[in-house]
Write a protein that binds this ligand. Structure first.
Ligand SMILES: Nc1ncnc2c1ncn2[C@@H]1O[C@H](COP(=O)(O)OP(=O)(O)OP(=O)(O)O)[C@@H](O)[C@H]1O
Ligand SMILES: [Mg+2]
Length: 376
């Protein structure tokens, strides 16, 4: 008999503007301590519209990050997002996991917009659903004369819901190659959205919140994820993010790229007027909000549920007052997630002010780091 040994995975989030690394230990079930946390910026041309254009530069940045963080564990967990990912809740007849596994390609073919041979498929059974037929047969309970009809109703009514996930293999390979080149062993390739949900769960009970939107304000993308009672409902990546604001700031104030972050953090010299900064930030985020509203409207056409609350994360969520700005426009409560608060941090190992400065960026990596890889 072998005892399985838990090895902390190194979580690597390869974002458009930087690579983030997090490693946690689980000191008690479901309770984590931060042991490594770092980031390495990436040049603008490295990742364009989610595609890795300069793999050698990304690998080099990752190697430097692993060195700076003195990473010894080789097992890594990373994630993919964007247009290469397709997620949908599907309805299928009730069957076991093994049965669905054997049939998943056939089931998936009708839904996914990519060539079935080019995707990796996965699914998760969400549970049985009660259909009208089933309800009818329940009403029939007790009557003796329609057994045959009852059997038919049950057969037709026994349906279940499953979450179908399809990811273009090319994108998985692209990310895996970077990890391998940096001498890591990719143990899990997750999806950004699942990582975000795992991170949010560190401080929030998603299952008790009804229908919410978890919005990750990244650099190239705004990742919108609608969660219903703790399970994934709908996802969309909008190709506008903090990078758009960076460009507007550079043009408006004729400043180089490396001064834009200070402005976003509210630190700027007196020759830049605060009202002008606010005007540019408002303009940039208005564009994001318009797209968010469109996604919410579209979700409204798919579902009977209304989005009740927004949780913000990602680098872009660290702009002061952004939650209020979003709440005013969307007319629902908005809060900024801070999942780092759900993790034990030893002040001997980390400077809390640095953690606070980077916490918004860490959400995906933090969620990934809660995943475990048991090996024998
Ligand atoms: N303190 C801050 N205040 C405001 N914006 C910030 C702050 N720190 C970083 N940002 C902005 O956040 C963005 C980076 O966020 P993040 O790291 O979440 O994106 P990413 O993961 O690299 O990109 P993507 O998810 O789109 O691939 C940049 O546009 C950056 O300028
Ligand atoms: Mg990101």
């Amino acid at each position: 008999m072998f005892l399985s040994k838990k090895s902390p995975l190194v979580a690597i989030d390869i974002g458009s503007s930087s690579i983030k690394l997090v490693q946690l230990t689980e000191f008690k079930e479901g309770q984590y301590e931060l042991i490594r946390f770092g980031m390495m910026p990436l040049d603008k041309e490295c990742i364009v519209e989610g595609a890795i254009k300069k793999p050698a530069l990304v690998t080099e940045a990752l190697k430097n990050l692993l060195k700076a963080e003195k990473i010894q564990s080789r097992y890594a967990v990373s994630a993919v997002a964007g247009e290469a990912v397709f997620i949908k809740k599907i309805k299928v007849p009730v069957m076991s996991e093994e049965e669905l596994s054997a049939k998943i390609t056939q089931e998936a073919e009708q839904y996914i917009p990519f060539d079935i041979d080019d995707v990796a498929l996965d699914f998760q059974i969400l549970g049985a659903i009660h259909t009208d037929k089933e309800d009818e047969s329940e009403l029939d309970d007790g009557s003796q004369d329609n057994d045959e009809q009852k059997e038919d109703s049950n057969e037709e009514g026994e349906m279940m819901e499953a979450l179908l996930v399809a990811v273009q293999r090319e994108v998985i390979d692209e990310r895996t190659d970077i990890l391998l080149e940096a001498d890591l062993k990719p143990a899990i390739i997750d999806l950004d959205v699942f990582a975000l949900m795992n991170a949010a769960r560190l401080t929030t009970d998603l299952s008790s919140m009804g229908t919410i939107a978890l919005i990750d304000l990244g650099d190239s993308f705004t990742h919108i994820n609608i969660i219903q009672d703790g399970t994934m409902g709908y996802t969309r990546d909008i190709p506008v993010g903090g990078g758009y604001l960076t460009n507007l700031l550079m043009t408006k104030f004729r400043i180089p790229f490396n001064q834009t972050l200070d402005i976003k953090r509210g630190k700027f010299s007196s020759d830049i007027k605060e009202e002008e900064v606010i005007e540019v930030i408002t303009r940039a985020y208005k564009k994001v909000l318009d797209e968010v509203q469109k996604s919410f409207d579209y979700f409204g056409t798919l579902s009977d549920h209304q989005i009740e609350r927004v949780l913000l994360c990602g680098g872009g969520s660290m702009i002061r007052g952004l939650d209020g700005f979003f709440a005013n426009h969307l007319k629902i409560p908005v809060e900024v997630l801070d999942p780092m608060r759900g993790v034990k941090i030893n002040p001997k190992n980390f400077d809390q002010s640095l953690i606070d400065e980077m916490s918004g960026l860490s959400t995906v990596a933090l969620g990934l780091a809660t995943r475990r890889f048991d090996y024998k």
